[in-house]
Design a protein around this ligand. Structure first.
Ligand code: ADP
Ligand code: MG
Length: 239
């Protein structure tokens, strides 16, 4: 076995929507200390891959393992356990407009059974590391796009998930704001020991990640580790 074991593994993943084949046999593993960028053209199957790995959609065939246990065949209520193992960041519009930022962040904790007060207290601890101090009481409509994405990152992290999935998290942001958001996302995920899977078609976003895979027509076409030049970079230079 490797020293860094896979937290999440997809094997032989196929998925079609009617006649449209979205995944045509993908094998992929995500290690717990890794940020993985999934790149590829529009319609290549990136989101479908993310959804299958995250248990949001069921592959037609193949297996998905989380910590060595199959999750692709789970039914409720076992499936609901995945909600604490995984955190999600989407392109935009994922916050509830009627709730202040801190309650948006607390929501997954409350759904997981944490009482409201404790959940909001825990949620607020994420505001400073994400540069959001003072914005706890703002509603999403009173936040900039970048601030809203940072609140979404806080929400994804609040449940201390094993894996964070982000689908085009910078897609609705300008370049500078997007870079700040991806930098924070990679940094806080790493700080929490959470694996990160980021779907993006922006090479500048992928550059922040440890590894990049390329999806073409539902298959993996390339797999590159950013640390290939020096494997010691992995153990040493990270904070
Ligand atoms: P990407 O995220 O790379 O843009 P997707 O995974 O969303 O690609 O889509 C891959 C293919 O599957 C596309 O041809 C898309 O039209 C199709 N597809 C994805 N989701 C659905 C769906 N819910 N119903 C029908 N077709 C879908
Ligand atoms: Mg997509």
């Amino acid at each position: 076995m490797n020293t860094t074991s896979a937290v999440l593994t997809g094997t032989g993943l196929f998925k079609s929507y009617g006649m449209a084949r979205a995944l045509a046999g993908v094998d992929i593993d995500v290690t717990s200390d890794q940020s993985l960028a999934v790149m590829g053209p529009s319609g290549s199957g990136k989101s479908t891959l993310l959804h299958c790995l995250a248990g949001i959609e069921r592959p037609d065939s193949g297996e998905v393992l989380l910590d060595g246990k199959r999750i692709d065949q789970l039914r409720e209520p076992a499936r609901s356990e995945l909600r604490t193992a995984f955190g999600f960041v989407f392109q935009s519009g994922q916050l509830l407009p009627e709730l202040p930022a801190d309650e948006n962040v607390a929501l997954p904790l409350m759904l997981g059974g944490t009482p409201r007060r404790a959940a909001v207290e825990q949620a607020r601890q994420w505001f400073e590391p994400l540069g959001l101090q003072g914005l706890e009481g703002r509603r999403p409509g009173q936040l900039s796009g970048g601030q809203a994405q940072r609140v979404a990152i806080a929400r994804a992290l609040a449940g201390r998930p094993k894996v964070i999935f982000a689908d085009e998290p910078t897609g609705a942001l300008d370049q500078a704001t997007g870079m700040e958001v991806i930098r924070l996302l990679v940094e806080v995920s790493r700080g929490q020991g959470a694996a990160l899977v980021v779907v993006t078609h922006d090479a500048n976003v992928a550059r922040w990640c440890d590894r990049t895979v390329e999806v073409r027509d539902g298959r993996l076409a390339g797999d590159q580790s950013a640390a290939q030049a020096g494997t010691d970079a992995k153990a040493g230079s990270r904070r």
